[in-house]
Ligand binder design. Sequence first.
Ligand code: HEC
Ligand code: HEC
Length: 192
Amino acid sequence: MKEKVGYPWTTLPDFMFEHAAQGYAGHGTLCGVLGVCSCLVNLVVYDKEHAYAAIIDRMMWWYSEMEFPTERFDDISKSPKQVKAKAVTPLCHTSVSKWTLAAGAQVTSNEKYERCAKVAGEVVYTVVHYLNEYFEGRWKPAKWTPSKEITHCIECHGPESYQRYTNGLNHQQGHMECLACHTDHMTASLKK
Ligand code: HEC
Ligand code: HEC
């Protein structure tokens, strides 16, 4: 972008996003590449209609369901054909911890750094693909809908409670899979 477009990309320092590694300074919050891509999606799409939202939301739930790392970069990797594990949420914490356990690797191992580099590459690849579709007018925003396991959670807790239950609370924010962290407190009879 610096070479082909120039301003404002020429104003961005090379190490601007270095802090995002390891879920932001090792805190294991949002997977860093998702944070960086979110920022870049907004910068690239930059419009008042908030077109960034559908692209970023789609990226987050795609990521959560992905089995990482993919084999796309195996040709240039010191650790090809690595064990794969589902990220579960957009959080560095689940994405990395599920993988280290599945692979029998430590978080400070070279294998883990390779794995995370491949995750970063795959996310960038996919987001660039979305953005090309967007600028070619082929992007159809996919609307998030809850999985069947959490549809009833959303109906009461939100976001955008469908108010199927009269006591819809609509006080929860987010599109993550609730059952990754919470148990289902509802009795079987109330579920449909
Ligand atoms: C029929 C509506 C309804 C459904 C469906 C529902 N909840 Fe709740 N949930 C409630 C109410 C009411 C409370 C009481 C807390 C309050 O007043 O905010 C609650 C409380 C909670 C709490 C707070 C801790 C607790 O157990 O009291 C969590 C977390 C929670 N729900 C998560 C979920 C998840 C996850 C699902 C889906 C698997 C779900 N809920 C489905 C209505 C519902
Ligand atoms: C990555 C883990 C995670 C996911 C995924 C998640 N939550 Fe939570 N949620 C938490 C934590 C941690 C708290 C704070 C719990 C506490 O204070 O006891 C919380 C709090 C809540 C509360 C308030 C509970 C209270 O005791 O006041 C509700 C309601 C809730 N979540 C519902 C949901 C619903 C519905 C979903 C799915 C759309 C969801 N959560 C997804 C981790 C998660």
